[in-house]
Design a binder for this molecule. Structure first.
Ligand SMILES: [Mg+2]
Length: 327
């Protein structure tokens, strides 16, 4: 049994890690690994490369990855569980606001943008999701792993949480992979067990991405240049998610180094690093350096949200215990 304070710190670490990875990674979003190596690898917050989606954001500001993660967390907290209708309404409102904001509109992904338009014109969540395998539902999925402590609940709700925006089976699989690995990391399974549980459940939705996650683990001791080029670093979910698992397992004992690896991968660096940070934070808790914590946008809000997630999870466990006692 993990003591309460340590357990709560892991919830906070997961959400802060995601936001930190996103906020550092946005600086390299959409640029190549070669460009990054030429200009020098990132270790800290800063301004994004001109012409990239986050180039109008301040150092330490995060992007749509963290914003959507917070929307999902808020829906779980307020509904005491995942409610697909409520989440669809919230994501539609979030998307409308983001697309009307000159600074934030460019970082809403193409699949999300189409789904948001459909949801806002009255299309049901069952029909609104885009059938394109991008990573928009995987990058926000960590709160499902935080909220549910039963792996069957994590899997089914992570899959459902993808549907309103991303109905492609590979996107659904990516969402399941992230949420399951977050839960396994919270529960302090070892590296091999996290990968095998994640791949077993992910393969029910798409065998290809599960195989690639396994490969990213098997190649964790190979050089980043070789592995990033082998896996691909695009915003397609079968690139983004395995790359994050490579960074996470390569630096399994050091979440700070895992995030630094991810933000310099090239391609969809904000999402790769967001997922990497969520996994490392769920395993180790908030052990991130002060220079990152002090500069992060809405640090207090993220900590508060993670604390509420923790309390709600505790509440659901105690009510289950109370019910069992009175049955
Ligand atoms: Mg982003």
């Amino acid at each position: 049994m993990i003591p309460d304070e340590r357990s709560k710190n892991k919830y906070v670490g997961c959400m802060l890690g995601a936001a930190i990875g996103d906020a550092i990674g946005k600086q390299n979003e959409g640029v190549t690994r070669e460009y990054i190596l030429r200009k020098g690898c990132l270790k800290d917050f800063g301004i994004a490369v001109d012409g990239t989606p986050g180039d109008k954001l301040r150092p330490g500001d995060y992007t749509d990855d963290t914003e959507q993660m917070l929307v999902l967390a808020g829906s779980l907290i307020d509904n005491n569980g995942f409610d697909v209708i409520d989440f669809s309404q919230r994501i539609a409102k979030w998307g409308k606001d983001a697309l009307n904001d000159p600074i934030r509109k460019s970082f809403v992904g193409p699949t999300s943008a189409i789904a948001i338009e459909r949801l806002n014109s009255g299309v049901s969540w069952k029909e609104s999701g885009g059938d394109f395998p991008s990573c928009g539902s995987a990058m926000r999925a960590a709160p499902v792993g935080l909220f549910y402590d039963d792996l069957d609940d994590v899997e089914s709700n992570a899959a459902l949480s993808s549907m309103p925006t991303h109905s492609n089976k590979i996107s659904i699989a990516g969402s399941v992979a992230v949420a399951i690995a977050v839960r396994c990391a919270l529960d302090e399974k070892d590296c091999e067990d996290i990968i095998s549980e994640t791949c077993a459940r992910t393969s029910k939705y798409d065998a290809g991405i599960a195989e690639k996650i396994k490969l990213s683990f098997e190649h964790r001791n190979n050089e980043p240049d070789e592995v990033f080029s082998e896996l691909g670093t695009s915003y397609l979910v079968f690139d983004t998610v395995p790359c994050a698992f490579y960074c996470f397992t390569r630096h399994f004992e050091n979440p700070e180094r895992a995030i630094i690896e991810a933000v310099n991968a090239g391609g969809d660096t904000d999402s790769i690093a967001c997922i990497t940070g969520a996994l490392g934070g769920a395993l180790h808790g908030n052990t991130f350096p002060v220079r990152w914590l002090e500069g992060l946008e809405n640090k207090g809000l993220i900590e508060e949200t993670a604390g509420k997630m923790y309390e709600k999870r505790r509440h659901s466990i105690s009510s289950k215990n109370i019910n069992e006692r009175f049955l």
